[in-house]
Ligand binder design. Sequence first.
Ligand code: DAT
Ligand code: MG
Length: 137
Amino acid sequence: MERTFAVIKPDAFAAGHAGRILARIHEAGFTLIGMKKIWLSEVQAGGFYHVHRDKPFFADLTGFMSSAPCVTLVLEAPQAIRRWRELMGATDPGKADEGTLRREFGTSIGRNALHGSDAPDTAAFEIGYFFSGMELL
Ligand code: DAT
Ligand code: MG
């Protein structure tokens, strides 16, 4: 079993898509280990996305992620990291495959509805950034 970290980003949550996204997560066979709604500050969003701090889109990204509440998730499945990124689709919703969640719920590369960890080390960092062990029983 493997765990990954996911976020229903402010655009998708505000649009009322959380329920449909959670249903798709369950249908795909993930177990929901952790879940909470959270409204990030810009500093907290910057800590989460620290690997992108030198990118030109960093200020827009942290501004967007702190603009409204989101839902943070810990998902468990065999190959959870790869499988969640496959279900999300490409970063740019316009390039995401038909049937993927970003294709359905994203509207632009910066407003792409969902986050997913990209490797075991980033999944461990991101899960620990948002959840304590006691919240993941
Ligand atoms: P992903 O979320 O698919 O792992 P990433 O880690 O490269 O993609 O980037 C993190 C987020 O930053 C991404 O979900 C949306 C935003 N982003 C990435 N590239 C961007 C760009 N060229 N312009 C605006 N926002 C971008
Ligand atoms: Mg990434």
